[in-house]
Each structure stands twice: as structure tokens, then as C-alpha cells.
Design a protein around this ligand. Structure first.
Ligand code: AMP
Length: 469
């Protein structure tokens, strides 16, 4: 034990606070989005909702069942179906090895997965056709540009198990109807590319047609001509497009039944007055297509080539077999790019506002009012009325400013006094008029006022007989 004297001496010494170094916060920039990826913010949602609601309604009307497919699949699935020599598989796939060394890929499209699902779940034993639809993100490491992202969303409709041309026609009718419902005028670009067997002779002819012009072709097109000549028809190079005008057309190489099949599709479309354009250069960029191929273009976009098609699809009669399913399982389908549809809606000013945009604002003064507010929110929620608030603000003026910005019809004001009296104030934001009402009837009263503002009037009672004189 130290001597007492020393302790007392120590006591008198002023104690110096230790100097603690507070590390300075480094200001770091938030990580930026990856190129080609985007956030879809609340203000864009009304359009997304409109598209999804419309798709869902059509899917129900035509009895398509929804499938939710995984985003990650075996890379092999796409190599075997989309094709090794396609842009998607060759250049654009997000493919990697997972921790277990499995070769996997973020799906670049969903038709291959749909075919896999059909086989994996023994759907060939169900009544045919099997009609499925899907919605979800796809990934392609493409060069980002307007309307072209690295993560984008597609929905698609697929009909598996029936070869009849009426299936192709009905899918095209559904696609056209969908855009009509959305208020976007479209035309269908359509072609038939037969089967790989029929294409052989045609491709030889196509290659020999381009041989004298080889020196004029870009490296990309030269490579296409060598590895996947059909893709030359898809070239964006204006010089090639000019040359294509004199090139052999695939339709002349189709077998008689294949021609008949295509003619039947067109007849059905004529019957339903679906606007289409025969496009002998339309081939689509995926290997699995056979016979009918089509794209959905915005009306008036015809001159711009397929750069910004809203959607595309076609028949894929050999896909199920390629994946090891039952041979001769015909199928047809289409996919639409949601981002492009949403953009077309925005350009037309369609669905600018949320359907459930709050029409009521709740302003509170004091703690008791906030507490009551929580219950009031619940009451409104049960009636499906959405209510906005600014709980972070305490002054009435500041809260009313928010209400004004949100452009609500009514503001409810609850202060200490009203809580004690069991009342609440309703302020009509347009007229600036206020009234004090019984707080237990608030939901009912607000509903009536909103209906009145929306021009919904209660039906008068039906007159049963002549009124008494
Ligand atoms: P595809 O089967 O490649 O023709 O794709 C069908 C539809 O998906 C296209 O018509 C586009 O609307 C959409 N789509 C395809 N690739 C992209 C992309 N990179 N970014 C946005 N939408 C895309």
C-alpha cells in the first residue's frame, strides 16, 4: 500500500484527460452502378405495374400458367440451345465457374429454361399444348446504348406441344393485343426460316452470293458469313443491307409443307386484321428457331431496322429434342423487353402517375396526436385508402407544405386539443376550407369526400312508382 501522504499529494495533481485520437472519417463516394445496369425507381413503377397487370390479364384470358425460373442455369443449357456461334453465347453471356467448379451462367433469355422445365417436370404427360408465361431479369454483356442494357427484363409466352399454324397466329395476336391494350401501335415483322435441313442449300447459295463482295464486308460480317451465314441477313451495315436487296431469299428454299404452314399463319393474321410486314431478312439471333419467326416493332419504326424491337419470337420445333426431350415436340413463343415497352409508354405520357397515389395527408401536432395517428393509418389501410405523412416534421406549416407538394386532396389535422375532444380537422386543400369532425367517423367521411371529388355520386334510390301529388 502506498504511504498516505503520497496519495494525498497525488490527489491534488490535476488529472489530465488522455488525448484520444478520433479517426477522421474518410469521405468515400458511393459505389457507382455497373455499366448497363440500372435502378428502377418508384416514379417509374406505375408504368411497370401497368405492363405487368396487362400481361397478367392476357395470360389469364388465354389460360397460360406462370413459371418462375431460376436466374442461374448451367452454361451448357444456352450453348446447346441458343447456339455456340451466336452473339449471345459467344460474346454476351455472364458465364463463370461457381465455388464448386460448376460452369454456370446468368440467363441471357428464358426460352431454353422453359424447354428444360417442360422436360424436367414431365410436362409431355399433361394435356397438350402446355402454355406457360414468365417474367424476370435477363443478362447480356452487350454494348450498353439507348434501350440496350446488361440487365433487362423480359416477359414471354410459350406454347409447347402443338405444331398447328394457329398457335403461331394466336401468339402473334396475343402480342398485338397486348400492345393495343397498352396504347402502343405496333407492326409485326414476319418471316419463315424453315428447318436447319432446308436451310443448308440456301446458306450455300447465300455464301456464294456474297463471295464477290467479301472485300466490302466488315470483319464481323466476314466472320458471320463463315460461321453462321444466316446472321448476315441481320447485319446493321448499310452497305450489306443494300447488297441484301439482291440476295437469295430463304422463303424460296422452304419445303412445300413449310411454305403451307407459313401461308396458314398469314391467313389467320389477315383474318384477325393483325398488321404485319413480310420481312425476308428477319432471322433472329438464336439458333433454335425453325419456321415462323417474328418481331414486334413500334409502328413507324420500319425504317430503323430491328435495332429496337419491342419483342420477338417464333417457332422452335427442335429445341425440346436438342435438350434430350421427346423428339418432335413442336413449340412456339415470344419474348418482350419490358424496359423498351416502358420507354414507349413514357414517350406517350401513359401511366405517368401511380394508381394509389395518396390523396390524403395526415398532419400531427404533439405526441398524443402522433400516437393516435398510428391507429388512424391502420383504419385507412383497411379501407384501401393510402395516406401520406411527414412524421419528421413538427410544425403544421412545414407539414402542410409537404401535403401541397404531394398534391393531396385532403389533409387531416390532429392536435392535442382534438385528441382530447375526440375530433379531427379535415382540410380541403383546393378550397382551403376546414371542418372539425368526429374522429371515430373519419374514414367514412374522408371516403365520401374523396368520392365526391372524383365525381362518384351515390346512386339515387330507384323510383318505384309515381310520387304522390
Ligand atoms: P431477343 O430475343 O434477343 O430478340 O429479345 C427479345 C426482346 O428483349 C427484344 O425485342 C428487346 O425488347 C428485349 N431485349 C433484348 N436485349 C435487350 C437488352 N440488351 N436491353 C434491353 N432489352 C433487350
Amino acid at each position: 500500500m502506498p504511504p498516505i501522504k503520497k496519495l494525498e499529494k497525488d490527489k491534488k495533481k490535476p488529472i489530465k484527460a488522455p488525448v484520444v485520437e478520433v479517426p477522421k472519417k474518410k469521405v468515400k463516394a458511393a459505389p457507382e452502378l455497373l455499366r448497363g445496369f440500372r435502378d428502377i425507381l418508384p416514379e417509374e413503377q406505375p408504368r411497370w405495374d401497368l405492363v405487368q397487370d396487362t400481361v397478367r390479364q392476357l395470360a389469364d384470358a388465354y389460360s397460360f400458367g406462370r413459371v418462375e425460373l431460376p436466374i442461374l442455369e448451367r452454361t451448357e443449357l444456352f450453348i446447346r440451345t441458343v447456339g455456340k456461334q451466336t452473339d449471345i453465347v459467344e460474346k454476351e453471356m455472364y458465364a463463370f465457374e461457381d465455388a464448386a467448379g460448376e460452369k454456370v451462367a446468368l440467363r441471357p433469355e428464358a426460352t431454353a429454361s422453359i424447354a428444360r422445365t417442360y422436360i424436367n417436370h414431365g410436362m409431355l404427360n399433361l394435356p397438350q399444348p402446355v402454355k406457360l408465361w414468365y417474367w424476370g431479369p435477363m443478362f447480356r454483356h452487350d454494348r450498353p446504348q439507348a434501350g440496350r442494357y446488361r440487365q433487362f427484363n423480359q416477359f414471354g409466352f410459350e406454347v409447347i406441344g402443338v405444331e398447328d399454324p394457329i398457335v403461331d397466329a394466336q401468339l402473334i395476336i396475343i402480342a398485338t393485343q397486348l400492345f393495343r391494350d397498352l396504347g402502343i401501335d405496333v407492326t409485326i415483322q414476319i418471316n419463315s426460316i424453315g428447318t436447319p435441313e432446308m436451310r443448308q442449300a440456301y446458306l450455300a447459295e447465300l455464301v456464294s452470293y456474297f463471295r464477290p463482295y467479301r472485300s466490302q464486308l466488315s470483319d464481323d460480317d466476314k466472320r458471320r458469313l463463315q460461321k453462321n451465314p444466316l446472321r448476315i441477313l441481320d447485319s446493321k451495315d448499310p452497305a450489306v443491307q443494300e447488297l441484301l436487296a439482291g440476295a437469295p431469299q430463304i422463303i424460296d428454299w422452304l419445303s412445300e409443307p413449310a411454305k403451307q404452314h407459313f401461308m396458314k399463319v398469314l391467313e389467320f393474321l389477315d383474318e384477325m386484321e393483325v398488321p404485319y410486314v413480310l420481312n425476308p431478312h428477319l432471322v433472329r439471333g438464336l439458333d433454335y428457331y425453325t419456321h415462323t419467326v417474328f418481331e414486334i416493332w413500334e409502328a413507324g419504326d420500319e425504317g430503323e431496322h430491328a435495332q429496337n424491337a419491342l419483342g420477338g419470337g417464333g417457332r422452335y420445333d427442335q429445341l425440346i429434342e436438342i435438350l434430350g426431350g421427346r423428339p418432335e415436340t413442336p413449340a412456339c413463343g415470344f419474348a418482350v423487353g419490358v424496359e423498351r415497352v416502358v420507354k414507349a409508354l413514357a414517350q406517350r405520357g401513359i401511366a405517368n402517375e401511380a394508381k394509389n397515389k395518396p390523396k390524403v395527408f395526415f398532419a400531427q401536432l404533439g405526441d398524443a396526436a402522433r400516437r393516435s395517428g398510428l391507429r388512424i393509418f391502420e383504419d385507412f389501410r383497411k379501407q384501401g385508402i393510402s395516406v401520406a405523412e411527414a412524421f419528421g416534421k413538427s410544425a403544421l406549416k412545414a407539414q402542410l407544405e409537404v401535403a401541397n407538394k404531394l398534391d393531396v386532396d385532403l389533409t387531416l389535422i390532429l392536435g392535442q386539443k382534438e385528441v382530447l375532444d375526440g375530433t379531427i380537422i379535415i382540410r380541403d386543400m383546393e378550397l382551403g376550407a376546414q371542418e372539425i369532425v368526429d374522429s371515430s367517423k373519419i374514414v367514412e367521411l374522408v371516403k365520401k369526400r374523396l368520392d365526391k371529388k372524383a365525381g362518384i355520386v351515390e346512386e339515387p334510390l330507384p323510383v318505384i312508382g309515381p310520387s304522390a301529388p
